[in-house]
Design a protein around this ligand. Structure first.
Ligand SMILES: [Zn+2]
Ligand SMILES: [Zn+2]
Length: 128
């Protein structure tokens, strides 16, 4: 039973790695060194759903490069990722305007300033 589970995990891992081939980083890099220059080595995964019920409605999987993996493990850097428009922003903890609690390395935003307007329009459309 455990052997099977291990095999399954190994296979899943192998499949994920094969899918990564040729993929570039899905997170923000500087304009002079865009994400297209960085090949993905892993995925950043997050389950999306209702936190009150624990229901998972979907999962996002973002290909990330080694540089971003390192930053994700670095307490100095916080990642803000918008699940709506897939824009991301790195926040440097020591330069941040507000204090961020330690241990929270990634903020998953339902909506960010870039797409707030679009979402508002969409909601008005749906409600009215
Ligand atoms: Zn990257
Ligand atoms: Zn957004």
């Amino acid at each position: 039973m455990d052997d099977f589970k291990l095999l399954e995990e190994t296979l899943n891992d192998a499949i994920a790695r094969a899918e990564l081939e040729g993929q570039t980083c899905g997170l923000k890099h500087s304009a002079g060194d865009p994400a297209e220059n960085h090949f993905a080595v892993d995925y950043l995964c997050q389950d999306l759903g209702d936190p009150r019920t624990g229901d998972i409605s979907s999962q996002i999987r973002i290909p990330v490069c080694q540089e971003c993996v390192d930053a994700l493990y670095d307490e100095e850097w916080i990642l803000a990722y918008c699940v709506y428009c897939h824009k991301s922003q790195w926040i440097n903890r020591s330069h941040a305007k507000i204090e961020h609690p330690l241990g929270n390395g990634v903020y998953w935003l339902d909506v960010c300033p870039f797409c707030a307007e679009i979402v508002t329009e969409y909601k008005e459309d749906k409600d009215g």
